[in-house]
Design a protein around this ligand. Structure first.
Ligand code: SER
Length: 315
């Protein structure tokens, strides 16, 4: 990774990944792109271009103009939005991905795109979900993610494009908020705890999902992309996780720091159904063995950091 084009740079991951990669690889070596300009640090601090990922020609031209050797393709709709707008999700998630893969093939770029725990479905083993297992998701997002994993593997075996990916769990961060995901409650709960000391969860108690704090997610992307390719038996995509909890457990952790905090429930049937179709916890052994994945933050450590950073941000 010497010169990197990032799509979806103003999303939850991109907002922090671009800044981190600019500090490692050099400001001018990370070209941020997004469909909009929000005037943020990512836009102002280094190269930034407007890019709709369904515009294949523009994507190719930008990658060529900046002579990039790596594409990090992040632009996508998340699970709950994809369920509301399935055709848009197909067109954006799959159309964007194939354009990005084609650009990588033509310009000989290394390639990363995230998959998700959403790539699993109700027939997948729910606990300690293996790396290689049944993947028959019942959501449009999951259909996109499995298709995307297969397509990325295809570009590697057929064309030799160096494609790599991880199955991210729910990502928790204090910089940019996610939008339209099923795991978003685990971000919102911290904002509401700091602002109002109460939170109404749209995910029911007892619903376990894998989660990860953003610093670990950023390190995972960079470590996987820097990993020795001869050590990789898998490519698209590696199970990774840092913790698994249910809403009442994250609430209890927050209560240790904000004793007045209370959680209540008003379950959203759409997002609850999505959550029910996903694993309770996934097994990250392959990622650990093949490229040394590790997570620094558990629920306790993440909660301390999130509350401290959010108090500063919101006051
Ligand atoms: N966080 C994502 C979502 O909830 C899962 O990949 O849609």
């Amino acid at each position: 990774m010497k010169k990197i084009l990032v799509t979806g740079s103003l999303g939850q991951i991109g907002s922090e990944l671009v800044t981190k990669m600019r500090s490692i690889y050099g400001t001018d070596h990370v070209i941020a792109t997004d469909i909009r300009d929000n005037g943020s640090e990512v836009v102002k601090a280094g190269p930034f271009e407007i890019l709709d990922v369904t515009d294949a020609t523009k994507m190719y031209n930008l990658a060529k103009k900046y002579e990039v050797d790596t594409i990090i393709h992040l632009a996508a709709l998340l699970s709950a939005t994809a369920e509301k707008k399935p055709l848009l999700a197909w067109n954006l998630n799959m159309g964007g991905l194939v354009n990005a893969l084609e650009t990588a093939r033509e310009l000989n770029c290394q390639f990363f795109t995230p998959s998700s725990i959403g790539a699993f479905g109700p027939s997948t083993p729910k606990d300690n979900t293996p790396q290689d297992t049944i993947q028959r998701p019942t959501t449009m997002y999951g259909v996109n993610k499995v298709s995307g994993e297969l397509l990325c593997d295809y570009y590697f075996t057929k064309f030799g494009v160096d494609t790599r990916g991880v199955r991210f769990p729910g990502l928790i961060s204090y910089v940019a908020e996610p939008g339209g995901g099923t795991t978003d409650y685990a971000v919102e709960i911290y904002y509401e705890a700091v602002k109002n000391k109460r939170f109404t969860s749209y995910i029911d108690k007892g619903t376990y999902m894998d989660m990860m704090y953003m610093p670990d997610a950023l390190n995972a992307i960079i470590d996987l992309m820097e990993a020795d390719s001869t050590k990789l038996k898998h490519r698209n995509a590696f199970n990774i996780t840092a913790m698994s909890f249910a809403p009442e457990e994250i609430a209890a952790e927050i209560k240790k720091h904000i004793p007045e905090f209370e959680i209540s429930y008003n379950v959203d049937p759409v997002r609850q159904a999505i959550a029910n179709s996903w694993p309770n916890s996934i097994d990250a052994t392959a990622a650990k063995e093949e490229w040394g994945f590790k997570a620094e933050y558990n629920l306790e450590k993440m909660t301390i950091d999130m509350l401290e950073k959010l108090k500063r941000k919101l006051n």
